[in-house]
Write a protein that binds this ligand. Structure first.
Ligand code: PLP
Length: 240
């Protein structure tokens, strides 16, 4: 993709975000655009940063660490959005600002214990597996309240919100139904005093539906960068 095309795609996605936010009676600034840059080379991220993208999401640890090193001159915020194995938490705790797919206490405990003391607490979202899909990570809705209660007091992480990767749907109403479910879980936790501020939901195929249901952060890859090369992370959040 040429730099011109990239800036055009970023502009188009920003316009669609603003349109969906306006339709929901919200400001465009209430939705963070997280550019999911897995399988994209550092030069592409640098070009996106020049267009004003400040938040980048990565799914594969080795690939991500190379990009963090190559782009350390830029003031970027790095989000780990992939599935994380417990034996790989240390470099994530050391180098990222956010982790979006925490789905068990052991992961959160390790991230908290391994977060460097000089860094700000690590921002964490709990991934919820709304449809009980065995191919995807995530805690069940039933087990979510207990997990949230156990994660919240960990000292070196800050529980910010919920994240989901719902089943692929093409019908906007069916898309919205999944996101509405996550928002209801979010509201229920906040009613119980959780103090969450982040709903990480919506990808290239469904981010407008997510915004209509209250997304505060959308994770967008292909709509910004074009399709990923085969084998370059086409499956969302299935391996670290
Ligand atoms: C790859 C990925 C995305 C982006 O998906 P697109 O459909 O390319 O926008 C978002 N979230 C997660 C967790 C991913 O792994």
């Amino acid at each position: 993709m040429s730099p011109q095309n990239l800036s055009e795609c970023i502009r188009a996605v920003r316009e669609r975000i603003a349109g969906a936010a306006a339709a929901a009676g919200r400001s465009a600034q209430s939705v963070t655009l997280l550019a999911v840059s897995k399988a994209q080379p550092p030069a592409m991220l640098r070009a996106a940063a020049a267009c004003g993208i400040a938040d980048f999401g990565e799914s594969y640890l080795q690939e991500a660490l190379g990009k963090l090193a190559a782009l350390q001159d830029l003031p970027l915020t790095w989000h780990f959005v992939g599935r994380l194995q417990a034996n790989k938490t240390r470099p994530v705790a050391a180098s990222f600002a956010w982790v979006h797919a925490v789905d068990r206490l052991r992961l959160a405990e390790r991230l908290s214990a391994q977060r460097p003391l000089q860094a700000a607490p690590l921002n964490v979202c709990l991934q919820v597996n709304l449809a009980g899909e065995t191919t995807k990570g995530g805690v069940s809705a039933a087990e979510l309240p207990a997990l949230a209660a156990a994660v919240a007091p960990l000292p070196r992480i800050r529980l910010r919100g919920l994240m989901c990767i719902p089943p692929e749907e093409t019908d906007p109403e069916r898309q919205r139904a999944w996101f509405r479910r996550l928002r209801q879980l979010f509201v229920a936790l906040n009613d119980a005093g959780a103090g969450l501020d982040t709903l990480s939901m919506g990808m290239s195929g469904d981010f407008e539906a997510a915004i209509l249901e209250g997304a505060t952060l959308v994770r967008i890859g292909t709509a910004l960068f074009g399709s990923r090369p085969a084998g370059g992370g086409t499956a969302p959040a299935t391996r670290a």
